[in-house]
Write a protein that binds this ligand. Structure first.
Ligand SMILES: Nc1ncnc2c1ncn2[C@@H]1O[C@H](COP(=O)(O)OP(=O)(O)O)[C@@H](O)[C@H]1O
Ligand SMILES: [Mg+2]
Length: 227
């Protein structure tokens, strides 16, 4: 489904090598933890898939299409198929959980009646069926991240990218978020989880790709965090 072929990414005119000779194939429906120390290249790897950053050299195929050939003005069409969640959760503070999800759907061009029907279902899926009308300041960190995940799922993406989604959460909330990502994966969504949380990754028991200084050091099925 996604294939990196000899991908290199430099920043600052080659002074920083963020990714080095990445070859990686991701099948539809996989759950992959992308692990490594801070600065290893995890976020850059995810940014290649959304075209927020572009490879310096190499190709990236999604469903057979070389996305590095997509113009920046057309990147919107690619991003529509991808859900993203980050450590830093940016919800609209003056809108409820339901409105935050609904607003994302509206922006994505989903019709009003579909939004009304789907928002409660999506929030139920993420375990927030009692919090539809809660504002962000009335939610815990874990709950806010669930709203962010619900929002990322609003347009039913085939691929969910989660960059350190548990970074600001305590261990229990972090594991609950990972369990939610696993549940979403069970419904068929491909999930890429970038994280440096060793304990979490070791509990997941799925494929682990380890980056070190921009290179893939290990790629293990049912892996552990090795470093
Ligand atoms: N926009 C940028 N400009 C310059 N250097 C960057 C930029 N983004 C990331 N880097 C550098 O690229 C390397 C990989 O960073 P990153 O992908 O953010 O790693 P990780 O997510 O694993 O912490 C680091 O050395 C980082 O400092
Ligand atoms: Mg990062």
């Amino acid at each position: 489904m996604i294939k990196f072929v000899n991908v290199n990414k430099n920043y600052n005119n080659g002074k920083v090598i963020a990714l080095s000779n990445i070859n990686l194939t991701i099948q539809q429906g996989e759950f992959i933890s992308i692990v490594g120390r801070s600065g290893a290249g995890k976020s850059t790897l995810l940014a290649m898939i959304t075209l927020e950053e572009r490879p310096t050299t190499g190709k990236i195929f999604i469903e057979g299409q070389d996305i590095t050939k997509i113009k920046q003005s057309d990147a919107f069409y690619l991003r529509r198929k991808i859900g993203v969640v980050f450590q830093d959760i940016k919800l609209l503070p003056a809108r409820t959980a339901a409105e935050n999800v609904g607003f994302a759907m509206e922006v994505g061009g989903i019709p009003g009646n579909t939004i009304e029907r789907d928002v409660p279902k999506i929030l139920e899926l993420v375990g927030l069926k009692d919090k539809l009308d809660a504002f962000p300041h009335q939610l815990s960190g874990g709950e806010k991240q669930r709203v962010a995940i619900a929002r990322a799922l609003a347009h039913k993406p085939a691929l969910l990218l989660a960059d350190e989604p548990t970074g600001n959460l305590d261990d229990i909330n972090a594991w609950e978020i990972v369990q939610l990502l696993l549940k979403i994966n069970q419904f068929g969504t491909t999930v890429l989880l970038a994280t440096h949380a060793v304990q979490l990754v070791n509990k997941i028991q799925k494929r682990v790709v380890t980056l070190e200084a921009g290179e893939i050091m290990y790629d293990q099925e049912k892996g552990k965090y090795l470093l």
